[in-house]
Design a protein around this ligand. Structure first.
Ligand SMILES: N[C@@H](CCC(=O)N[C@@H](CS)C(=O)NCC(=O)O)C(=O)O
Length: 220
């Protein structure tokens, strides 16, 4: 049976693509990938061959088309029975944490566009940005304290919640870790050392397309 196909954007810039790809790995669902270069006329034409929502990621599995990162993660978890923490309460909290990421942190996503290759970027702190950072620090610290004893991840073992926060970790590597406490700093280090993210980052480093900052704001 052919593997599902995950249609993604530039690995350097497409944070939603990274989430879906890591979530498929967390669930143990193998897929092939097809990259469309963001912010090009070809992207706008080709993405519509896969999804009328005209955004990436898109997962295609036979006739089935799933056009949203969280729905892709849930589908992968249903297919394999893996990806979320095993304990019911931890699983419920992991879903809440992932949903909060999926629908929130708009200021951080706008002011700190993901750019995996970039380091030492400085963006003036605003109260709204500081509030997003404070909430992320609180979330990570709570998860690590309450559920993280069995490993370095938010819920101990690697889960879809870690996949959802990986692009946020990449942003801290780019824009600095001011505002993070010790548990969050350890979590950032563990995430950056993870093999799947390193594999994706190496491919991001090899990409040549550059998207200007103002435009990247549209592809958080
Ligand atoms: N809610 C969607 C967001 C997807 C999204 O915004 N994708 C961006 C790339 S990271 C995109 O396709 N941008 C292309 C465009 O806006 O033209 C998800 O979770 O998958």
């Amino acid at each position: 049976m052919p593997k599902p196909l995950l249609v993604i954007g530039n690995r350097n810039y497409s944070s939603w693509s990274l989430r879906a790809w890591l979530a498929l790995g967390a669930a143990g669902l193998e897929c092939d990938t097809q990259l469309l270069v963001l912010d090009t006329p070809q992207f706008r034409t080709e993405v519509r061959r896969y999804s009328r929502a005209a955004r990436v990621p898109v997962l295609l599995d036979g006739e089935l088309c799933i056009w949203d990162s969280l729905a892709i993660a849930e589908y992968a978890a249903e297919r394999t029975g893996q990806g979320w923490p095993r304990a019911v309460k931890a699983r419920a909290v992991a879903r809440a944490v992932s949903a909060e990421m999926h629908s929130g942190f708009a200021t951080l996503r706008n002011l700190w566009p993901m750019n995996i290759r970039a380091r030492d970027r400085h963006v003036a702190a605003t109260p709204a940005l500081q509030a997003d950072i404070a909430r992320i620090d609180e979330l990570w610290t709570d998860c690590r304290t309450q559920y993280g004893a069995q490993g370095p991840w938010l819920f101990g073992e690697y889960s879809i919640a870690d996949a959802f926060f990986a692009p946020v970790v990449c942003r801290f590597a780019t824009y600095g870790t001011v505002g993070l406490g010790p548990a969050s700093l350890d979590y950032v280090a563990a995430t950056l050392a993870g093999s799947a993210l390193r594999e994706w980052s190496a491919m991001a480093a090899a990409e040549t397309a550059v998207i200007e900052h103002e435009e990247v704001g549209r592809v958080p």
